[in-house]
Design a protein around this ligand. Structure first.
Ligand SMILES: Nc1ncnc2c1ncn2[C@@H]1O[C@H](COP(=O)(O)OP(=O)(O)OP(=O)(O)O)[C@@H](O)[C@H]1O
Ligand SMILES: *[C@@H]1O[C@H](CO)[C@@H](O)[C@H](O)[C@H]1NC(C)=O
Ligand SMILES: *[C@@H]1O[C@H](CO)[C@@H](O)[C@H](O)[C@H]1NC(C)=O
Ligand SMILES: CC(=O)N[C@H]1CO[C@H](CO)[C@@H](O)[C@@H]1O
Ligand SMILES: [Mg+2]
Length: 423
């Protein structure tokens, strides 16, 4: 640990982790991994040297990916090879399991379903964390009737719905990211906690090898997850080395999930600098998606030669580009661009109250052969550009996906508050 960190008392200890209070940082805890691997509820308890460090790397990369996407998690920062700082949570004792492909225990509980059956939408299952009873599967009603109260928050329908939706979003983000490495995310299990400071439900605990099944190229025989360990007939040093190599394979790959697979940019063309404020909004929104945005001034009416020259500049360097045309009154700019480039063009005219209803037609009614779109809000124009890049750039797609989740949760929480007030 870094010397500055004052470790307080141990709050909790499990099979794989210890949780310590941080004296100078109320509301935060230190999560320390232990150097052992467990399966079948600690029936096997072989120390695996270096496992903690590998798990650290995996957890911190996965949480970084989720956090940069906009998912609320307990993770704060990496502290050392084997420890990270997290928000102090009271953990909700439910394991949320999300499946894309049927395998493992699902097949046993659902005889007749063949391995490889694909769930669309994703299959959700909940298990009550109760070692003594082997973590029984629970229904939604059982969770509601348990009336868990954690950090002052009672787990009711609203909270269950939030965890359900969040699990799907988190799965889809990890699935999309692993797909860039030709890896199928088969299933995943996660846990949520209630942040003791904010009373928010956040993804907590860890996501590591023990949390998912990964099949490279969708091929079970190449599985790189903890199943390899569970399947070992005999725990020999060679076998443990293989498990460790597999774990290392994942922890090396997991870093690549944070890297963008494609580059792209938005070029905003404005007819005049009087539209600057409108264009700055587009740029700001693009930046929030991690998409570079360049602003240029050009008028298709007054300087068509320059408009086409600027277009050629951005067509010439091979960087995938979405053009956004911002022109008031009669929008010649977007249609001229659209008729002369194969890149997508979005019209985002800064409409004014006086003539806006008439002006908008210059962005809507096109000659044949033009496929430009028109979006009036600058934020929404940037969002649409992000959706175009999201087709090939998983990091952009993940931000869009998390934003959808967060909007859904905000509405849910706002409604819950309103209902509480009116009672
Ligand atoms: N951010 C956090 N704040 C508080 N407690 C946490 C946090 N993250 C994890 N914990 C808890 O720390 C405890 C130790 O973790 P560990 O994973 O070792 O437990 P375990 O023996 O595997 O038991 P479990 O079956 O609950 O996972 C668990 O109860 C876990 O829920
Ligand atoms: C989770 O959401 C899905 C899809 O909306 C729904 O079918 C399922 O019943 C939900 N489960 C719980 C426990 O809320
Ligand atoms: C994934 O598979 C495709 C097609 O088989 C291949 O071209 C590509 O290089 C692979 N990518 C990675 C990261 O392995
Ligand atoms: C040993 C080890 O891999 N430690 C890593 C833990 O995770 C952080 C963040 O990714 C790395 O910086 C450490 O090197
Ligand atoms: Mg655990």
């Amino acid at each position: 640990h870094s010397p500055a960190l004052k470790i307080g008392q141990k709050l909790n200890e499990g099979k794989t982790k210890q949780i310590f209070e941080l004296v100078d940082q109320p509301g935060l805890v230190l999560v320390q991994s232990k150097d052992q691997i467990t399966a079948g509820n600690a029936v096997r308890k072989d120390q695996m040297e270096g496992k903690a460090a590998i798990a650290n790397k995996t957890t911190s990369c996965v949480f970084k990916l989720l956090q940069e996407s906009g998912i609320k998690t307990a993770f704060v920062k990496q502290q050392s090879d084997t420890a990270f700082i997290a928000a102090h949570c009271e953990m909700i004792p439910i394991e949320w399991v999300c499946r894309r492909v049927a395998t493992g225990s699902f097949l046993k509980r659902n005889p007749g379903v063949k391995e490889g059956y694909r769930f669309s939408p994703l299959k959700m299952e909940m298990f009550f964390k109760d070692d003594a009873n082997n973590d029984p599967q629970w229904s939604e009603e059982q969770i509601l009737e348990a009336k868990f109260s954690l950090a002052g928050l009672t787990i009711g329908k609203c909270e269950v719905d939030i965890m359900n939706r969040s699990t799907v979003a988190i799965f889809e983000i990890l699935e999309k990211s692993w797909a860039t490495q030709n890896c199928t995310l088969v299933d995943m299990k996660i846990e949520f906690g209630v942040n003791v400071k904010t009373q928010e439900i956040v993804l907590a605990d860890v996501i590591d090898n023990d949390s998912w099944r990964l099949w490279p190229a969708g091929d079970r025989s190449q599985q790189k997850d903890k199943q390899v360990y569970r399947d070992l007939k005999e725990v020999t040093p060679e076998a443990m080395q293989m498990v460790k190599r597999n774990f290392e394979w994942v922890s090396e790959r997991v870093k690549l999930l944070l890297e963008s697979q494609s580059r792209g940019r938005v070029v905003v063309l404005m007819g005049s600098t009087s539209d600057m404020a409108h264009c700055e909004k587009i740029k700001k929104a693009c930046t929030s998606y991690g998409i570079p945005c360049i602003l240029r001034v050009t008028s298709a009416h007054k300087g068509p030669d320059e408009t086409l020259r600027i277009k050629a500049e951005y067509e010439g360097d091979g960087v995938p580009t979405v053009f956004v045309a911002v022109a008031g009154r009669s929008n010649g700019l977007g249609p001229v661009m659209s008729g002369n480039t194969a890149y997508p063009v979005i019209n985002c005219p800064p409409l004014t109250p006086d003539w806006g209803a008439q002006d908008v037609w210059s962005s809507l009614r096109m000659p044949s052969g033009l496929g430009c779109s028109t979006i009036l809000s600058p934020d929404a124009a940037a969002q649409f550009a992000a959706q175009i890049f999201g087709l090939t750039d998983h990091l952009v797609w993940c931000k869009l996906r998390a934003s959808m989740l967060n909007t859904w949760v905000s509405l849910k929480v706002a409604d819950k508050k309103l209902q509480a007030c009116s009672v």
